[in-house]
Design a protein around this ligand. Structure first.
Ligand SMILES: O=C(O)C1=C[C@@H](OP(=O)(O)O)[C@@H](O)[C@H](O)C1
Ligand SMILES: C=C(OP(=O)(O)O)C(=O)O
Length: 436
Protein backbone atom coordinates (compact mmCIF):
# COMPACT_ATOMS: atom_id res chain seq x y z
CA UNK A 1 0.00 0.00 0.00
CA UNK A 2 1.17 3.50 -0.78
CA UNK A 3 1.60 5.90 2.09
CA UNK A 4 2.99 9.32 2.92
CA UNK A 5 4.81 10.35 6.12
CA UNK A 6 4.32 13.84 7.50
CA UNK A 7 5.71 15.90 10.38
CA UNK A 8 6.09 16.39 13.16
CA UNK A 9 5.57 19.98 12.01
CA UNK A 10 6.69 22.88 14.12
CA UNK A 11 4.54 25.45 12.40
CA UNK A 12 2.03 26.09 9.66
CA UNK A 13 2.31 29.33 7.80
CA UNK A 14 1.62 30.68 4.33
CA UNK A 15 -1.02 31.21 1.69
CA UNK A 16 -2.89 28.62 -0.34
CA UNK A 17 -4.81 29.40 -3.53
CA UNK A 18 -7.74 27.02 -3.34
CA UNK A 19 -8.87 24.72 -6.14
CA UNK A 20 -12.40 25.35 -7.45
CA UNK A 21 -15.45 24.31 -5.48
CA UNK A 22 -16.62 20.79 -6.29
CA UNK A 23 -20.23 21.64 -5.49
CA UNK A 24 -20.27 24.71 -7.71
CA UNK A 25 -18.25 23.07 -10.51
CA UNK A 26 -20.55 20.09 -10.99
CA UNK A 27 -23.69 22.20 -10.81
CA UNK A 28 -22.48 24.76 -13.35
CA UNK A 29 -21.20 22.06 -15.70
CA UNK A 30 -24.67 20.50 -15.82
CA UNK A 31 -26.56 23.80 -15.97
CA UNK A 32 -24.27 25.05 -18.78
CA UNK A 33 -24.84 21.82 -20.69
CA UNK A 34 -28.63 22.13 -20.40
CA UNK A 35 -28.78 25.87 -21.14
CA UNK A 36 -29.06 27.65 -24.44
CA UNK A 37 -25.84 29.33 -25.53
CA UNK A 38 -22.20 28.85 -24.60
CA UNK A 39 -20.90 29.29 -21.05
CA UNK A 40 -17.29 30.06 -20.19
CA UNK A 41 -16.44 28.56 -16.79
CA UNK A 42 -13.44 30.02 -15.01
CA UNK A 43 -11.71 28.36 -12.07
CA UNK A 44 -13.53 25.04 -12.47
CA UNK A 45 -12.24 22.22 -10.28
CA UNK A 46 -10.13 19.63 -12.08
CA UNK A 47 -10.41 16.47 -9.97
CA UNK A 48 -12.01 13.02 -10.16
CA UNK A 49 -15.51 14.22 -9.23
CA UNK A 50 -15.62 16.88 -11.92
CA UNK A 51 -13.82 14.70 -14.49
CA UNK A 52 -16.60 12.11 -14.33
CA UNK A 53 -19.17 14.88 -14.88
CA UNK A 54 -17.24 16.32 -17.84
CA UNK A 55 -16.75 12.88 -19.37
CA UNK A 56 -20.43 12.01 -18.96
CA UNK A 57 -21.55 15.26 -20.58
CA UNK A 58 -19.18 14.66 -23.50
CA UNK A 59 -20.56 11.13 -23.92
CA UNK A 60 -24.01 12.69 -24.04
CA UNK A 61 -22.84 14.79 -26.98
CA UNK A 62 -22.14 18.09 -25.21
CA UNK A 63 -19.20 20.01 -26.65
CA UNK A 64 -16.71 21.08 -24.00
CA UNK A 65 -13.61 22.98 -25.01
CA UNK A 66 -10.80 23.13 -22.47
CA UNK A 67 -7.98 24.34 -24.66
CA UNK A 68 -7.32 27.76 -23.09
CA UNK A 69 -7.47 26.88 -19.37
CA UNK A 70 -11.14 27.83 -19.09
CA UNK A 71 -13.90 25.39 -19.85
CA UNK A 72 -16.33 26.47 -22.55
CA UNK A 73 -19.53 24.44 -22.61
CA UNK A 74 -21.88 24.59 -25.61
CA UNK A 75 -25.36 24.22 -24.16
CA UNK A 76 -27.89 21.89 -25.79
CA UNK A 77 -30.97 23.99 -24.89
CA UNK A 78 -32.56 21.08 -23.07
CA UNK A 79 -32.10 18.59 -25.94
CA UNK A 80 -29.20 16.22 -25.40
CA UNK A 81 -27.62 15.07 -28.67
CA UNK A 82 -27.22 11.42 -27.56
CA UNK A 83 -30.24 9.55 -26.22
CA UNK A 84 -28.25 6.43 -25.40
CA UNK A 85 -25.24 6.22 -23.10
CA UNK A 86 -23.43 4.17 -20.49
CA UNK A 87 -22.05 6.58 -17.90
CA UNK A 88 -19.42 5.93 -15.23
CA UNK A 89 -19.87 8.34 -12.33
CA UNK A 90 -17.02 7.24 -10.03
CA UNK A 91 -17.99 8.07 -6.46
CA UNK A 92 -19.28 11.57 -7.19
CA UNK A 93 -22.62 12.18 -5.49
CA UNK A 94 -22.79 15.66 -7.06
CA UNK A 95 -22.49 14.05 -10.50
CA UNK A 96 -24.66 10.93 -10.38
CA UNK A 97 -27.64 12.38 -8.54
CA UNK A 98 -28.29 15.53 -10.63
CA UNK A 99 -27.45 13.72 -13.87
CA UNK A 100 -29.81 10.83 -13.07
CA UNK A 101 -32.61 13.34 -12.57
CA UNK A 102 -31.86 15.30 -15.74
CA UNK A 103 -31.66 12.14 -17.88
CA UNK A 104 -34.78 10.61 -16.35
CA UNK A 105 -36.75 13.81 -16.95
CA UNK A 106 -35.50 14.23 -20.52
CA UNK A 107 -35.86 10.49 -21.25
CA UNK A 108 -33.66 8.16 -23.30
CA UNK A 109 -31.84 4.92 -22.83
CA UNK A 110 -29.16 5.39 -20.19
CA UNK A 111 -27.19 3.43 -17.64
CA UNK A 112 -25.42 5.11 -14.69
CA UNK A 113 -22.97 3.31 -12.46
CA UNK A 114 -19.88 3.96 -10.36
CA UNK A 115 -17.21 2.49 -8.11
CA UNK A 116 -18.33 -0.27 -5.69
CA UNK A 117 -18.90 2.26 -2.87
CA UNK A 118 -21.20 4.28 -5.14
CA UNK A 119 -23.35 1.16 -5.40
CA UNK A 120 -23.74 1.26 -1.60
CA UNK A 121 -24.73 4.93 -1.47
CA UNK A 122 -28.52 5.46 -1.43
CA UNK A 123 -30.41 7.02 -4.32
CA UNK A 124 -33.88 5.56 -3.62
CA UNK A 125 -35.44 8.81 -2.37
CA UNK A 126 -34.50 10.52 -5.64
CA UNK A 127 -35.79 7.64 -7.75
CA UNK A 128 -39.07 7.71 -5.80
CA UNK A 129 -39.40 11.44 -6.52
CA UNK A 130 -38.67 10.89 -10.22
CA UNK A 131 -41.17 8.03 -10.48
CA UNK A 132 -43.81 10.35 -9.00
CA UNK A 133 -43.65 12.44 -12.18
CA UNK A 134 -43.67 9.42 -14.48
CA UNK A 135 -39.94 8.97 -15.10
CA UNK A 136 -38.77 5.42 -15.84
CA UNK A 137 -35.85 4.47 -13.60
CA UNK A 138 -34.96 0.87 -12.70
CA UNK A 139 -32.41 -0.64 -10.34
CA UNK A 140 -29.97 -3.01 -11.97
CA UNK A 141 -28.83 -4.70 -8.76
CA UNK A 142 -30.04 -3.66 -5.34
CA UNK A 143 -33.30 -1.77 -4.85
CA UNK A 144 -32.51 1.82 -3.81
CA UNK A 145 -28.90 1.92 -5.09
CA UNK A 146 -27.02 2.42 -8.36
CA UNK A 147 -26.42 1.06 -11.01
CA UNK A 148 -29.54 2.55 -12.60
CA UNK A 149 -31.23 2.07 -15.93
CA UNK A 150 -33.23 4.95 -17.32
CA UNK A 151 -35.71 4.72 -20.17
CA UNK A 152 -38.29 7.01 -21.77
CA UNK A 153 -41.06 8.04 -19.39
CA UNK A 154 -44.27 10.05 -19.72
CA UNK A 155 -43.57 13.08 -17.57
CA UNK A 156 -46.49 14.71 -15.70
CA UNK A 157 -45.85 17.75 -13.56
CA UNK A 158 -49.29 18.75 -12.39
CA UNK A 159 -49.15 16.93 -9.07
CA UNK A 160 -47.26 17.81 -5.92
CA UNK A 161 -43.83 16.14 -5.91
CA UNK A 162 -42.45 14.88 -2.63
CA UNK A 163 -38.89 14.03 -1.74
CA UNK A 164 -37.24 13.02 1.48
CA UNK A 165 -34.68 15.51 2.72
CA UNK A 166 -33.12 13.68 5.65
CA UNK A 167 -30.69 11.30 3.91
CA UNK A 168 -29.04 13.61 1.40
CA UNK A 169 -29.89 17.10 0.16
CA UNK A 170 -28.54 16.07 -3.23
CA UNK A 171 -31.88 14.42 -4.08
CA UNK A 172 -33.69 17.74 -3.74
CA UNK A 173 -30.89 19.52 -5.62
CA UNK A 174 -31.28 16.98 -8.44
CA UNK A 175 -35.06 17.51 -8.71
CA UNK A 176 -34.70 21.29 -8.49
CA UNK A 177 -32.19 21.42 -11.33
CA UNK A 178 -34.02 19.00 -13.65
CA UNK A 179 -37.73 19.78 -13.26
CA UNK A 180 -37.53 23.24 -14.89
CA UNK A 181 -36.80 21.33 -18.12
CA UNK A 182 -40.47 20.25 -18.18
CA UNK A 183 -42.16 23.03 -16.21
CA UNK A 184 -45.09 23.91 -18.48
CA UNK A 185 -46.94 24.72 -15.29
CA UNK A 186 -45.60 25.82 -11.90
CA UNK A 187 -44.13 22.82 -10.07
CA UNK A 188 -44.10 22.40 -6.30
CA UNK A 189 -41.62 20.09 -4.56
CA UNK A 190 -42.37 19.29 -0.95
CA UNK A 191 -39.63 18.07 1.38
CA UNK A 192 -40.53 15.19 3.67
CA UNK A 193 -38.56 14.88 6.93
CA UNK A 194 -35.97 17.34 8.14
CA UNK A 195 -33.93 18.83 5.31
CA UNK A 196 -30.22 18.32 5.98
CA UNK A 197 -27.30 20.20 4.43
CA UNK A 198 -29.49 23.25 3.67
CA UNK A 199 -26.62 25.51 2.51
CA UNK A 200 -26.13 23.16 -0.46
CA UNK A 201 -29.73 23.81 -1.50
CA UNK A 202 -28.94 27.51 -1.24
CA UNK A 203 -26.01 26.99 -3.66
CA UNK A 204 -28.34 25.16 -6.06
CA UNK A 205 -30.92 27.95 -6.01
CA UNK A 206 -28.33 30.71 -6.43
CA UNK A 207 -26.73 29.01 -9.41
CA UNK A 208 -30.09 28.20 -11.04
CA UNK A 209 -30.88 31.88 -10.77
CA UNK A 210 -27.66 32.75 -12.60
CA UNK A 211 -28.99 30.57 -15.44
CA UNK A 212 -32.39 32.30 -15.41
CA UNK A 213 -34.59 30.13 -13.16
CA UNK A 214 -35.83 31.73 -9.96
CA UNK A 215 -37.18 29.11 -7.54
CA UNK A 216 -39.30 30.26 -4.61
CA UNK A 217 -38.18 28.73 -1.32
CA UNK A 218 -41.05 28.52 1.15
CA UNK A 219 -39.31 27.95 4.47
CA UNK A 220 -37.19 25.02 3.18
CA UNK A 221 -40.34 22.90 3.02
CA UNK A 222 -41.85 23.73 -0.32
CA UNK A 223 -40.00 24.86 -3.41
CA UNK A 224 -41.88 26.40 -6.36
CA UNK A 225 -40.37 26.15 -9.84
CA UNK A 226 -41.92 28.77 -12.13
CA UNK A 227 -43.74 27.77 -15.31
CA UNK A 228 -41.69 28.30 -18.47
CA UNK A 229 -42.01 27.34 -22.10
CA UNK A 230 -39.81 24.25 -21.69
CA UNK A 231 -36.58 26.17 -22.32
CA UNK A 232 -35.70 27.45 -18.88
CA UNK A 233 -31.95 27.82 -18.73
CA UNK A 234 -29.93 30.42 -20.58
CA UNK A 235 -26.18 30.91 -20.34
CA UNK A 236 -24.96 33.73 -18.09
CA UNK A 237 -21.96 34.12 -20.45
CA UNK A 238 -18.94 33.85 -18.18
CA UNK A 239 -19.12 32.32 -14.72
CA UNK A 240 -16.41 32.32 -12.05
CA UNK A 241 -16.19 29.30 -9.76
CA UNK A 242 -15.23 30.11 -6.17
CA UNK A 243 -12.47 28.23 -4.39
CA UNK A 244 -13.65 25.20 -2.43
CA UNK A 245 -14.68 26.12 1.11
CA UNK A 246 -14.47 22.51 2.34
CA UNK A 247 -10.92 22.24 1.00
CA UNK A 248 -10.16 25.50 2.82
CA UNK A 249 -11.02 23.93 6.16
CA UNK A 250 -7.79 21.89 6.43
CA UNK A 251 -5.55 24.92 6.00
CA UNK A 252 -7.61 27.12 8.28
CA UNK A 253 -7.49 24.43 10.94
CA UNK A 254 -3.69 24.26 10.51
CA UNK A 255 -3.53 28.02 11.14
CA UNK A 256 -5.51 27.58 14.34
CA UNK A 257 -3.58 24.56 15.64
CA UNK A 258 -0.23 26.25 15.04
CA UNK A 259 0.41 29.99 15.33
CA UNK A 260 -0.29 30.62 11.64
CA UNK A 261 -0.94 32.85 9.92
CA UNK A 262 -2.45 30.64 7.25
CA UNK A 263 -4.48 32.31 4.54
CA UNK A 264 -6.63 30.73 1.87
CA UNK A 265 -7.61 32.68 -1.24
CA UNK A 266 -10.57 32.02 -3.52
CA UNK A 267 -13.28 32.13 -0.84
CA UNK A 268 -14.20 34.93 1.47
CA UNK A 269 -16.99 36.44 3.49
CA UNK A 270 -19.33 36.70 0.48
CA UNK A 271 -19.00 33.06 -0.50
CA UNK A 272 -22.15 31.17 -1.53
CA UNK A 273 -20.79 27.99 0.13
CA UNK A 274 -22.09 26.98 3.52
CA UNK A 275 -18.75 25.49 4.56
CA UNK A 276 -17.31 28.98 5.12
CA UNK A 277 -19.16 28.62 8.44
CA UNK A 278 -16.28 26.34 9.40
CA UNK A 279 -14.29 29.52 10.12
CA UNK A 280 -16.99 30.55 12.60
CA UNK A 281 -16.77 27.16 14.30
CA UNK A 282 -12.99 27.55 14.59
CA UNK A 283 -13.56 31.02 16.01
CA UNK A 284 -15.93 29.50 18.57
CA UNK A 285 -13.08 27.19 19.54
CA UNK A 286 -10.93 30.28 20.15
CA UNK A 287 -9.19 30.73 16.82
CA UNK A 288 -8.27 34.14 15.58
CA UNK A 289 -10.12 34.44 12.25
CA UNK A 290 -10.19 37.25 9.72
CA UNK A 291 -11.86 37.41 6.32
CA UNK A 292 -12.00 39.63 3.27
CA UNK A 293 -13.96 39.40 0.04
CA UNK A 294 -11.72 36.72 -1.42
CA UNK A 295 -9.72 35.36 1.50
CA UNK A 296 -9.92 33.91 5.00
CA UNK A 297 -7.01 33.85 7.42
CA UNK A 298 -6.41 32.21 10.78
CA UNK A 299 -3.68 33.32 13.18
CA UNK A 300 -3.46 30.88 16.05
CA UNK A 301 -5.80 31.16 19.01
CA UNK A 302 -6.97 33.95 21.20
CA UNK A 303 -7.70 32.15 24.48
CA UNK A 304 -6.09 32.67 27.91
CA UNK A 305 -4.44 29.23 27.77
CA UNK A 306 -3.31 29.73 24.19
CA UNK A 307 -5.11 26.51 23.24
CA UNK A 308 -8.23 25.75 21.23
CA UNK A 309 -11.26 25.00 23.36
CA UNK A 310 -13.54 21.99 22.90
CA UNK A 311 -17.08 22.87 21.80
CA UNK A 312 -20.44 21.23 21.23
CA UNK A 313 -21.82 21.98 17.80
CA UNK A 314 -24.68 20.86 15.57
CA UNK A 315 -23.09 20.23 12.18
CA UNK A 316 -26.20 19.53 10.08
CA UNK A 317 -25.33 22.49 7.84
CA UNK A 318 -21.62 21.69 7.39
CA UNK A 319 -21.34 17.90 7.02
CA UNK A 320 -18.02 17.98 5.15
CA UNK A 321 -16.12 20.62 7.14
CA UNK A 322 -17.39 18.96 10.33
CA UNK A 323 -14.87 16.19 9.73
CA UNK A 324 -12.08 18.75 9.98
CA UNK A 325 -13.46 19.88 13.34
CA UNK A 326 -13.27 16.29 14.58
CA UNK A 327 -9.52 16.25 13.92
CA UNK A 328 -8.95 19.83 15.14
CA UNK A 329 -10.54 18.59 18.38
CA UNK A 330 -7.36 16.56 19.00
CA UNK A 331 -5.65 19.86 19.76
CA UNK A 332 -8.32 21.36 22.02
CA UNK A 333 -8.65 21.66 25.76
CA UNK A 334 -11.63 19.56 26.79
CA UNK A 335 -13.92 17.41 24.69
CA UNK A 336 -15.64 18.34 21.46
CA UNK A 337 -19.05 16.93 20.58
CA UNK A 338 -20.32 17.15 17.01
CA UNK A 339 -23.99 16.35 16.47
CA UNK A 340 -26.25 16.21 13.39
CA UNK A 341 -23.80 14.03 11.46
CA UNK A 342 -25.94 10.97 10.66
CA UNK A 343 -25.34 11.60 6.93
CA UNK A 344 -21.66 10.74 7.43
CA UNK A 345 -22.62 7.07 7.30
CA UNK A 346 -23.67 7.16 3.65
CA UNK A 347 -20.82 9.17 2.19
CA UNK A 348 -17.46 8.00 0.82
CA UNK A 349 -17.27 5.53 3.69
CA UNK A 350 -19.07 5.21 7.02
CA UNK A 351 -17.35 8.35 8.26
CA UNK A 352 -18.53 8.05 11.85
CA UNK A 353 -16.90 4.62 12.19
CA UNK A 354 -13.81 5.59 10.19
CA UNK A 355 -13.27 8.80 12.13
CA UNK A 356 -13.72 7.06 15.49
CA UNK A 357 -11.27 4.27 14.58
CA UNK A 358 -8.52 6.56 13.36
CA UNK A 359 -8.87 9.19 16.11
CA UNK A 360 -8.45 6.38 18.65
CA UNK A 361 -5.27 5.29 16.86
CA UNK A 362 -3.59 8.62 17.71
CA UNK A 363 -4.64 8.32 21.34
CA UNK A 364 -7.97 10.18 21.56
CA UNK A 365 -10.91 8.90 23.56
CA UNK A 366 -13.92 8.72 21.27
CA UNK A 367 -17.59 8.12 21.88
CA UNK A 368 -19.91 7.92 18.90
CA UNK A 369 -23.51 7.12 18.07
CA UNK A 370 -25.89 7.27 15.12
CA UNK A 371 -25.60 11.01 14.70
CA UNK A 372 -22.80 12.25 16.91
CA UNK A 373 -19.13 11.90 17.73
CA UNK A 374 -17.40 13.10 20.88
CA UNK A 375 -13.66 13.45 20.97
CA UNK A 376 -11.46 13.83 24.05
CA UNK A 377 -7.90 14.76 23.03
CA UNK A 378 -5.01 12.34 23.63
CA UNK A 379 -3.23 12.43 26.98
CA UNK A 380 -0.35 10.75 25.20
CA UNK A 381 -0.14 11.04 21.43
CA UNK A 382 0.49 7.84 19.51
CA UNK A 383 1.69 7.35 15.99
CA UNK A 384 0.31 4.06 14.65
CA UNK A 385 3.07 2.03 12.98
CA UNK A 386 0.65 0.72 10.37
CA UNK A 387 -0.47 4.28 9.67
CA UNK A 388 -3.80 6.05 9.51
CA UNK A 389 -6.24 4.32 7.19
CA UNK A 390 -8.19 6.55 4.82
CA UNK A 391 -11.00 4.24 3.54
CA UNK A 392 -10.80 5.65 0.00
CA UNK A 393 -12.17 8.85 1.50
CA UNK A 394 -10.38 12.03 0.43
CA UNK A 395 -11.54 13.85 3.54
CA UNK A 396 -10.12 11.20 5.89
CA UNK A 397 -6.71 11.68 4.22
CA UNK A 398 -6.87 15.48 4.26
CA UNK A 399 -8.17 15.67 7.84
CA UNK A 400 -5.50 13.39 9.26
CA UNK A 401 -2.68 15.37 7.65
CA UNK A 402 -3.42 17.78 10.54
CA UNK A 403 -2.22 15.17 13.02
CA UNK A 404 1.27 15.99 11.73
CA UNK A 405 0.97 19.24 13.70
CA UNK A 406 1.06 17.10 16.85
CA UNK A 407 4.25 15.89 18.52
CA UNK A 408 4.80 12.78 16.36
CA UNK A 409 5.48 11.84 12.80
CA UNK A 410 2.37 10.44 11.16
CA UNK A 411 1.86 8.00 8.32
CA UNK A 412 -1.21 8.38 6.08
CA UNK A 413 -2.15 5.34 3.99
CA UNK A 414 -3.38 5.61 0.40
CA UNK A 415 -2.94 9.39 0.16
CA UNK A 416 -3.89 9.34 -3.55
CA UNK A 417 -7.57 9.19 -2.60
CA UNK A 418 -7.45 13.00 -2.28
CA UNK A 419 -7.80 13.06 -6.08
CA UNK A 420 -11.59 12.98 -5.61
CA UNK A 421 -11.61 16.72 -4.93
CA UNK A 422 -8.04 17.97 -4.38
CA UNK A 423 -5.30 16.11 -6.32
CA UNK A 424 -2.57 18.56 -5.20
CA UNK A 425 -3.52 18.48 -1.53
CA UNK A 426 -0.33 17.04 -0.04
CA UNK A 427 1.86 19.32 -2.14
CA UNK A 428 -0.04 22.34 -0.82
CA UNK A 429 0.00 21.02 2.73
CA UNK A 430 3.74 20.48 2.74
CA UNK A 431 4.23 24.05 1.50
CA UNK A 432 2.55 25.51 4.57
CA UNK A 433 3.34 22.89 7.23
CA UNK A 434 7.03 23.02 8.14
CA UNK A 435 8.77 20.01 9.68
CA UNK A 436 11.55 20.15 12.22
O1 LIG B 1 -24.83 19.20 -2.93
C1 LIG B 1 -23.61 19.16 -2.71
O2 LIG B 1 -22.78 19.73 -3.44
C2 LIG B 1 -23.14 18.41 -1.53
C3 LIG B 1 -24.01 18.13 -0.51
C4 LIG B 1 -23.58 17.43 0.72
O3 LIG B 1 -24.13 16.14 0.71
P1 LIG B 1 -25.49 15.71 1.50
O4 LIG B 1 -26.59 16.57 1.03
O5 LIG B 1 -25.64 14.29 1.08
O6 LIG B 1 -25.21 15.89 2.96
C5 LIG B 1 -22.06 17.34 0.85
O7 LIG B 1 -21.71 16.41 1.82
C6 LIG B 1 -21.41 16.96 -0.47
O8 LIG B 1 -20.02 16.86 -0.36
C7 LIG B 1 -21.71 18.00 -1.52
C1 LIG C 1 -19.79 13.68 0.56
C2 LIG C 1 -18.93 14.07 -0.35
O1 LIG C 1 -19.04 13.85 -1.66
P1 LIG C 1 -20.25 13.53 -2.64
O2 LIG C 1 -20.40 14.74 -3.49
O3 LIG C 1 -19.80 12.34 -3.43
O4 LIG C 1 -21.49 13.27 -1.84
C3 LIG C 1 -17.70 14.82 0.04
O5 LIG C 1 -17.03 15.36 -0.86
O6 LIG C 1 -17.39 14.90 1.23
Amino acid sequence: MEFIELGPCIKAEGTVALPGSKSISNRVLLLSALASGATRLKGLLDADDTQVMRAALKTLGIKIDETDGDCVVQGCAGRLPNQQADLFMGNAGTAIRPLTAALAILGGDYRLHGVPRMHERPIGDLVDGLRMVGAQVAYEQQEGYPPLKISQGQIRTNELIKVRGDVSSQFLTALLMSLPLVAKNEICIEVIGELISKPYIAITLKLMKRFGVDVRNDNWQKFYIPANGGQPYSSPGTLYVEGDASSASYFLAAGAISQGPVRVTGVGRNSIQGDVAFAEALNQMGANVMAGDDWIEVRGVDTPSGKLQGIELNCLAIPDAAMTLAVAALFAEGSTKLTGIASWKVKETDRIAAMANELRKVGAMVDSGDDYIQITPPKHWQSPVQGIDTYDDHRMAMCFSLAALGPLRIRINDPACVAKTFPEYFKEFSQIAKSI
